[in-house]
Design a protein around this ligand. Structure first.
Ligand SMILES: Cc1cc2nc3c(=O)[nH]c(=O)nc-3n(C[C@H](O)[C@H](O)[C@H](O)COP(=O)(O)OP(=O)(O)OC[C@H]3O[C@@H](n4cnc5c(N)ncnc54)[C@H](O)[C@@H]3O)c2cc1C
Length: 387
């Protein structure tokens, strides 16, 4: 059957990508979002001082997928941007800031010189200068000095930060959380290693607006799709009429099925924004508070490849427990039981042949923006083939 029309629920990056690609394949697409804005969590806006503020927290684009970079480059000019993060480690001397991921500069900042030299020598001789090594591997190293060093990094950079961020200790979370933490055996202070690291020149909202700007895309904002959809007997009704063409759903899948198996847990965040009457607030775009403070990090928007202004804007992030209908679900919590719960919903969704789950909420998986776009590109073929 040739697909003539489709519904896309959610105007975030996942929804915008699949909508654009469907439209370019001659499909009439209705995109619905319950917010009055496009871009999902990547939504940003320019404030009264000319600073681009990312309303749902700092978003930095980075990817190794050339096809994703090229696709998005059709809708934005890119500005090169190398992201740097510092960590505030000490309880009493908060001014001590070291690069993260932890590197040789951080090592010499935190250790007496002789000890730092000895650890550096072991790391460079055994693993190699320029290499990146997971903290877990260092924790098992045969040399006691390296093990102690790894324990120090684990405790001061990772452990308390993880407790704050997730409400769980690292060992209570899936391996992907632990596996992500490297130590750099070099002075490299770049946070990401991807080939393409950049920001859209006029912001993510503008880029996504261009993606949705297509004669075959009809955008409907401020509408909760769950109030328009009714699912029964393998059929989906949209505003009371059966809709048998593709429905790509990027919202919370438990909500779609009226929480019949229970609520999927998320970590939520509270953002406290502040305009500061100075050109600069802190020495890096992001400073993580890994051992102290209730917030996890402070981000400064004028440092994200945004031209300096007379004033700057910062945001503090306070992790919170997610409460359905009370705050926003941000991060799916990577725990086995949550995956199993999501699987029940994913199985339920299979009863509806024209329903496709896509994106971080529907698939209950943290994905970076590039992966969100890549997954949406991959879904296009599935939608066109299966229908
Ligand atoms: C704090 C934070 C920081 C991040 N930083 C980065 C970063 O630096 N780099 C990076 O690459 N990625 C980052 N990400 C990940 C990035 O946000 C995601 O990759 C991206 O948002 C995924 O897009 P999405 O469209 O799947 O989901 P979303 O952006 O969440 O979009 C889903 C959309 O669906 C809408 N919706 C939901 N339910 C309904 C409904 N019932 N009816 C109508 N509409 C509905 C929502 O309103 C929303 O607009 C970050 C994420 C968070 C939470």
């Amino acid at each position: 059957m040739k697909v003539r029309r489709a519904l896309v629920i959610g105007a975030g990056l996942s929804g915008a990508t699949v909508a654009r690609l469907l439209a370019e394949n001659d499909v009439n697409v209705t995109v619905i979002d319950k917010r009055n804005t496009i871009g999902g969590n990547a939504y940003d806006k320019v404030d009264e001082n000319g600073v681009t503020v990312q309303v749902y927290g700092p978003h930095i684009f980075h990817t190794n997928y050339k096809e994703v970079y090229d696709f998005l480059a059709r809708f934005t000019e890119w500005v090169p941007y190398k992201h740097k993060v510092l960590a505030s480690l000490k309880k009493k001397h908060e001014k001590k800031l070291v690069p993260v991921p932890f590197n040789l500069t951080s090592l010499f900042e935190m250790y007496p010189e002789k000890e730092a030299e000895a650890i550096k020598q072991i790391l460079t001789e055994e693993i190699g200068y320029g290499k990146k090594v997971p903290i877990l591997a260092l924790k098992k190293h045969e040399d006691e000095r390296v093990r102690k060093f790894a324990d120090f990094v684990y405790k001061n950079i990772f452990y308390i930060y993880t407790l704050k961020q997730w409400g769980f200790a690292p060992e209570e979370l899936g391996d992907e959380v632990m596996g992500r933490v490297p130590v750099y055996i070099s002075e490299d202070d770049g946070y990401f290693t991807d080939t393409y690291q950049c920001m859209p020149k006029f912001g993510f909202t503008e880029m996504i607006k261009n993606m949705l700007n297509h004669p075959k895309i009809y955008l409907s904002l401020g509408k909760d799709a769950n109030k328009m959809l009714y699912l029964s007997d393998n059929k989906i009704y949209f505003n009371g009429t059966e809709f048998d063409e593709p429905i790509i759903f990027t919202g919370c899948v438990d909500e779609l099925f009226e929480y019949k198996y229970g609520v999927l847990p998320y970590r939520s965040l509270k953002f406290k924004f502040k305009t500061v009457n100075a050109k600069s607030f802190q020495p890096a775009a992001v400073v993580n508070y890994t051992v102290n403070k209730k917030y996890t990090r402070i981000s400064e928007f004028t440092k994200f490849a945004c031209p300096e202004k007379e004033k700057t804007v910062i945001v503090k992030e306070y992790p919170k427990t997610y409460k359905k209908d009370k705050n926003i679900p941000y991060y799916p919590i990577p725990r086995k039981e949550n995956e199993l719960l999501h699987k029940k919903y994913a199985e339920e969704a299979k009863n509806f042949p024209n329903l496709f789950l896509l994106g971080r909420l529907a698939e209950y998986k943290y994905v970076n923006m590039d992966v969100a776009v890549k997954n949406a590109m991959a879904l296009l073929d599935k939608v066109l083939e299966e229908m």
